[in-house]
Design a protein around this ligand. Structure first.
Ligand SMILES: C[S@@+](CC[C@H](N)C(=O)[O-])C[C@H]1O[C@@H](n2cnc3c(N)ncnc32)[C@H](O)[C@@H]1O
Length: 521
């Protein structure tokens, strides 16, 4: 099969991105909370990403967990060669990239503990989806987990005509796919501004045009101009993976596993009486008008009947309070419904998880939970993670010293290389953490501050950043307008540095991304 016959855009390379949903820690927590044994990591594991694009997620995850062996597969050689360069520059010996069509995966890619595919399933031809299902059936180890993301119905229903007209208009234009995508979005905006009736009848679609205008044309090209773009109902995807012998196990983000956090109170009685998870999921998508899903499937899932079994299978996961200053009652709105927790066991959980983090076995062993069934504690903990009250990490985090650092260091070569290559790229810069098993993504300005801190310490930090911005011809904007007055610019950069030191820097130290270095004297 040639690149062209796959019906997938190949003349424009994609954009790099890190997606925390792909991290083994996040995936394993979803399995564990849904009472399925996740693959163990301690003796090493195999992770395969299908359609890895520029490989940014894979390289970052490989840096975050040296125990794993990571393979990225993509049909586009310019994607895999760029990803390979990134892995080499970051000194990664546990990540490799293979240029291959899913129809012809090399034999040595097998017995995977994790297979992930993000931004692939909805965008490829039916025969390519059949190849993916074959890979899922044949290359996932028993007990292995597969994470697939896709554009979902019914959330996409009112936007389908946009994609149709976009493709038809783009086909009439000249230039590469990104250029044609940009012109097609301008045409959509023209239709909208001239009050085409479709837009008058679909105000959500009308608003969406503005979102599209903000997007990178390379993203637009890959998102909308592939021949076989399709959005799926959950039941269709679950049935397809069932045909490959995989069982639906749960979804990301975490709150999607709690229907009471996703559907308004008026529906709750209906859901309470439904015991079939597949039915619940389908109806939940209507209540929430879901337009994107991240679904987890397991091959030969091994059930975890209770908290004791979960502790035996996944006690390397560490839980901690998500950020300082959280008090009870605590409310979270996860898009559709506002939920509130207060009292026991959250009061005790907030207290004991305020430190670097604890395992489930340590949490249930707290004497204050002596009378509480461990299953109830585990459930409360998971609901707390869903509501962003608690985080799940691969290890206890480091304790940040109170004095500011004079000259911090970054222990991972990958992070040093990422910071240097992504400086002012206009994209986020992911920095891998072996403690979270994931990464923090810094914006351009914060990445520049960190880069200067690491290379030259705190001395005259703001002045050096201004000089760096000048050398890269970067403009500082405030409230959407460029700051031209030099004194004001320096003052705003100083403010940015202070905010960085106060909020972002401690998080980087806690996650082990930065070694604190000698304290300020
Ligand atoms: C939208 S991109 C997503 C890339 C990456 N997962 C991300 O989210 O950044 C889809 C990727 O799938 C790859 N792809 C499409 N069809 C393929 C096939 N038949 N075999 C292998 N890779 C394929 C494309 O080259 C592209 O890099």
């Amino acid at each position: 099969m040639t690149l062209e016959s796959a019906g997938y855009v190949t003349d424009v390379t994609y954009i790099p991105g890190f997606y925390p949903q792909l991290a083994p820690t996040a995936i394993r927590h979803i399995a564990a909370l849904n009472r399925v044994t996740p693959p163990a990591l301690d003796k090493g594991f195999r992770y395969v990403e299908l359609g890895c694009g520029l490989g940014r997620a894979l390289t970052t995850l490989a840096a975050a967990d040296p125990r794993g062996s990571f393979v990225g597969v993509d049909i586009n050689p310019s994607h895999t060669s760029q990803a390979t360069r990134e892995a080499e520059a970051g000194g990664l010996s546990n990540a490799r990239f293979v240029t291959a069509d899913f129809a012809h995966l090399p034999d040595d890619i097998r017995d995977a503990d994790f297979i992930t595919l993000h931004g692939v399933w909805s965008w490829v031809a039916p025969e390519v989806r059949a190849d993916i299902l074959r890979i899922a059936r044949e290359r996932l180890a028993p007990g292995g987990l597969l994470l697939v993301s896709y554009n979902a119905m019914p959330g996409w229903a009112h936007l389908l005509p946009i994609r149709g007209i976009l493709r038809q208009y783009a086909a009439l234009r000249k230039g590469d796919t990104a250029q044609r995508a940009r012109e097609a979005v301008d045409y959509l905006a023209f239709q909208r501004d001239q009050q085409a009736k479709y837009f008058l009848d679909n105000p959500g679609a009308s608003k969406y045009v503005d979102t599209m205008r903000e997007l990178d044309p390379r993203y637009l090209a890959h998102e909308y101009l592939n021949e076989h773009w399709t959005s799926f109902y959950f039941t269709e995807v679950a049935a397809q993976f069932a045909s490959a012998g995989l069982t639906f196990t749960g979804s990301l983000p975490v709150h999607m596993n709690f229907w009471d956090l996703c559907v308004p109170p008026s529906f709750q009685e209906l859901f309470r009486t439904t015991t079939d998870r597949l039915v619940t999921e389908a109806h939940k998508d209507f209540c929430a008008n879901t337009m994107f899903r991240w679904d987890l499937f397991a091959k030969d899932p091994r059930p975890l009947p209770d908290a004791a079994a979960r502790i035996r299978a996944a006690d390397d996961l560490h839980y901690r309070v998500a950020r300082p200053g959280i008090t009870l009652p605590y409310s979270a709105n996860l898009g559709i419904v506002t939920s509130t927790v207060t009292g026991a066991p959250y009061d005790t959980l907030l207290e004991i998880l305020a430190g670097p983090g604890l395992r489930l076995s340590q949490i249930v062993a707290d004497p204050r939970f002596a009378q509480a069934p461990p299953d109830d504690i585990a459930r409360a903990l998971d609901a707390g993670v869903a509501m962003r009250l608690f985080d799940v990490n691969a290890a206890p985090l480091a304790v940040a010293p109170s004095a500011p650092a004079t000259h911090p260091r970054m222990p991972l070569a990958f992070n040093r290389s990422m910071l240097a290559s992504e400086l002012f790229s206009g994209r986020g810069t992911p920095l891998a953490s072996t403690l979270t098993g994931s990464a923090i993504t810094l914006g351009d300005f914060d990445a520049a501050i960190l880069s200067e801190l690491v290379s030259g310490g705190r001395d005259r930090l703001a002045e050096r950043i201004v000089a760096l911005m000048d050398s890269r011809q970067r403009v500082l904007n405030h409230e959407g307008k460029p700051v031209t007055d030099p004194a004001e610019r320096l003052r705003r950069v100083e403010e940015g540095c202070a905010a960085f030191q106060e909020t972002i820097f401690p998080a980087l130290v806690e996650q082990g991304i930065v070694d604190h270095g000698p304290a300020a004297g």
